[in-house]
Structures are given as C-alpha cells and as structure tokens.
Design a binder for this molecule. Structure first.
Ligand SMILES: [Zn+2]
Length: 285
C-alpha cells in the first residue's frame, strides 16, 4: 500500500465551524464496545445486539452487514493488508498525550510504521501530537469528529463528522487522509455513497481486534497480539473517544513484547495510504 499521502482530500469545513464538541453529543460510551462491539466478537454477539434492538431475526443479515468487519453489503471495506507478507498496525481514538508519544518512540525503535485513525476533537486538543505522528512517517486516517455511531446518522451528519475531523487533521498536519474508519466499525447503507461522493479511498476496518479499549493488565493483550499474522489489519487503541489521557499502557507493553520478535522474523509493516480508486472489495475469510 504505497502512494502519496499528501494529496487533495475530501471537502473540509472552515475551522470556525468545528469547535464545541462535548462529551454528551455522542453515541455509545466509547470503544469499550461491551454493548456495541459485537462486530469484533462473533455471530452470537451480533445476534444478541440485533435482538437487543428489537429488530428481529429477519433483520439479522442487515445487522451483520452493519457491524461485521468483513461484510461488503453496505459498501466495500478494507479488512486485510494489501500484501500477504505485511502486517498493518492501526491505532484508533487518539491522539492521546498519555500514550501516543511513547508509542511513537517504540515504533521508531523497531522501524515499524502504523496508521492512526484520529478523532477530530482530540486532534484539536493536541495538534502537536498529530503533527508528530505524520512527521514520523505514519499514516493518518479519519475517525470522525466526535465518534458517533454512524449507523443512525443521516448522510448530511456523516459528511459533517468527516469534514470536521478532516479539517482538524489538515490544520494540524497538512495531511489530507484518504481513508476513514467508522466508529465501532458500524455503518449503514448511507455511508458508502457519502464516501464515494467525497472522494474517499474507502473505509478501512480490520481483520483482528485486540479488545484493548479498557485499561487492563498487559498479559492477555500480549497473548491476543501474538495471534496476529502477516496479511492482517490489526485494530488497537492509543486513546479513548471520550476520556482525556486514557490509560492504554497495555498496548505499549504488548508491542514492546512483539515488535522485537516480529523484527527478528522479518515481518514488514504496511500503512494505509492508497490512492483513490484503488480499493477493491476484500475477500472474506
Ligand atoms: Zn474508535
């Protein structure tokens, strides 16, 4: 996945329109996803989620399409690395002053690059961190302004969320990301047309989730991360959508464990910065 990252991006709103996000104007609590992260967990949980919404078994296919990282029903998604030899490390919900600097140092130590899907209001709070991520050769993706559940938003509101985040990223880094990642991985049929019209490369999801969105001891995360293989897009978190300075030490500890081992095994790392139009529907596992 190579290509120029600094290319003209989707339309952006003026900076004057992008301030004022609050903790209360968002959907689910965070990427803790204990209630909404069914897409990462499996069919049983997806069905529980659908039943919880009261939409019935007949809507099971739509529920799966809305939450599964592999579903192409609501538009093509990227869920595997471009090269079967490479691993794509991705980090959501930052930048986070408590974790992102240490993470950047660690990645640099092992010559690894990742893709950071940032939240616009975090970028506004810490533009220097976003700038540092870009300056150190990592790719940046758009993770919306306030981390809402896009499943329930109108096309106009989705565009607004993406544009506000894009404006923050361009202001902070000069980079206009081509990839977006929907919060919680949730998307409805209205998202793909918005992305197409906005000139986005597409939506990037993942093939392996680390369930790392809450503070936790590093041991389980080390075990989970050890199951990652070449060709996968790995979902991790360096921040929290709604908490400043969230503790994601376990993410750093797990990478401290695996990066030297991966380096010794010759694992390559891929970042997500395709040119527009390159996205092809990913094959389901
Ligand atoms: Zn997120």
């Amino acid at each position: 996945m190579t290509g120029a990252a600094r290319v003209p991006g989707p339309r952006c709103l003026p900076a004057a329109q992008v301030h004022g996000a609050s903790r209360t104007d968002t959907g689910p609590r965070s990427c803790d996803n204990s209630s909404v992260c069914a897409r990462m967990i499996g069919e049983d949980s997806i069905l529980e989620w659908a039943a919880g919404l009261g939409i019935g078994a007949a809507a099971g296919l739509s529920a799966w399409a809305a939450v599964s990282p592999w579903s192409q029903l609501f538009g093509p998604v990227l869920s595997r690395a471009d090269s079967p030899q490479a691993m794509a490390l991705t980090f959501d919900d930052g930048p986070n002053p408590a974790i992102t600097p240490a993470l950047l140092d660690l990645l640099e130590r092992y010559g690894a690059r990742g893709t950071f899907f940032m939240i616009g209001r975090h970028v506004r709070a810490h533009p220097e961190l976003a700038r540092d991520v870009a300056a150190r050769g990592h790719a940046i993706g758009n993770h919306t302004e306030t981390h809402p559940n896009l499943l329930w938003l109108s096309p106009r509101r989705i565009r607004e969320e993406l544009d506000r985040c894009q404006d923050a990223l361009i202001s902070a880094t000069g980079v206009s990301p081509r990839w977006m990642r929907p919060p919680y991985g949730f998307r409805g049929p209205q998202l793909a047309p918005v992305l197409r019209r906005g000139g986005w490369a597409g939506m990037a999801l993942w093939s392996r989730a680390m369930f790392d969105w809450k503070p936790q001891p590093p041991g389980p995360m080390i075990r989970r991360l050890g199951r990652s293989r070449r060709g996968e897009i790995v979902l991790m978190h360096d921040g929290d959508p709604f908490v400043e300075g969230a503790d994601r030490t376990h993410v750093v500890r797990a990478l401290e464990h695996w990066l030297p081992r991966w380096a010794g095994a010759g694992v390559e790392f891929e970042i997500l910065e395709d040119e527009p139009g390159e996205l092809q529907p990913a094959a389901a596992d």
